[in-house]
Design a protein around this ligand. Sequence first.
Ligand code: PLP
Length: 383
Amino acid sequence: MLPEAIAAMVDELGRVGNASSLHTSGRRARRVVEEGREQLAAAVGAGPSEVIFTAGGTEADNLAVKGLYRARRAADPRRVRVLASAVEHHAVIDPVDWLAEADGAQAEWLPVDRLGRVHPGVVRAAIERDPGSVALVSVMWANNEVGTVQPVTAIAEIAHEYGIPMHTDAVQALGQLPVDFAASGVDCLALSAHKLGGPGGTGALIARRGLELTPVQHGGGQERGARSGTLDAASIRGFAVAAALSVAGREQQAERLAELSAAAERAVRTAVPDAVLRGDPDPAGRLPGNVHFTFPGCEGDSLLYLLDARGVECSTGSACQAGVPQPSHVLLAMGVSAADARGALRFSFGHSSTDADVAALAAAIGPAVQRARRAGLSARSRR
Ligand code: PLP
């Protein structure tokens, strides 16, 4: 977390008061929440009344996908198609799949090119197959594995030509890319505090005024009835401070992160010449703090542990099912073979990353790949 966000949050944790209570402490907590709402709204180009606080990005995505689907279908039962990119985070994919299983939705996964990008023409073609049956479109702002930035404004314009709402998962984007909710034209946008130096388990859905969203969570009617539950004033304050600071310092930070990423990319290529950079090779087309490679002949998991033992913490980006690593759906959608996708690693840089981190990666990656390849060879020869 950013030190300023920690300080703000710790200060708040020592105070009592539920923001829904009418007594003095409650009113004071309410002020903290409303100031946080204003600060966050200003940082993302939204109005304060458009901020719905949630317990993280996953909840914000669930509220957007399920809330839009249900509201749209309630208004017209023909609206059952959910168009979402094939490279969404599971926080979008799984609610869509769940709606398909439990609530009559038809999931349609929008294909991406080999850089992981959704072409607006693909969205138009999908809508035009039967515009009256589309409940919503969901395309993330930037991908969490390969960092590819999506043309969300162009896609929102197309969706709106047909009166269809568009959700975007901007969890990875805020603080790294310029994010302006109003200018983007999207109808709702998911955020997560822990991606920008705020606390874990806190986020928000920014939802345009007047957008019909059926609540997922019912109870005390907080957040204008869209998301019941006692508000976490301390986390909201930490989130708002982190968002304001990371947005104010974004340009400088993005430049620094892009330099670290470029240095990491050079280091990996030097140590492992056959490593393949995934995502947009043009840094302008991907998150500045993201570098993603596949390492032929390696298991990403083995590499991850070998690097971890040398103090380099990174991610494979893929999930395990029953203990068996699965190739990333993002890479598969980009046309990467399942075999190549197994050797994936994502390196991400943030506000606390330094040149020393890149140097540690540069020293560790060559030997780690050699060991992972030897392990892979002997495992294959045993089979
Ligand atoms: N969406 C994207 C693109 C993410 O990268 C993440 C987290 O990694 C999420 C959603 C989920 O956010 P949270 O961890 O706050 O639930």
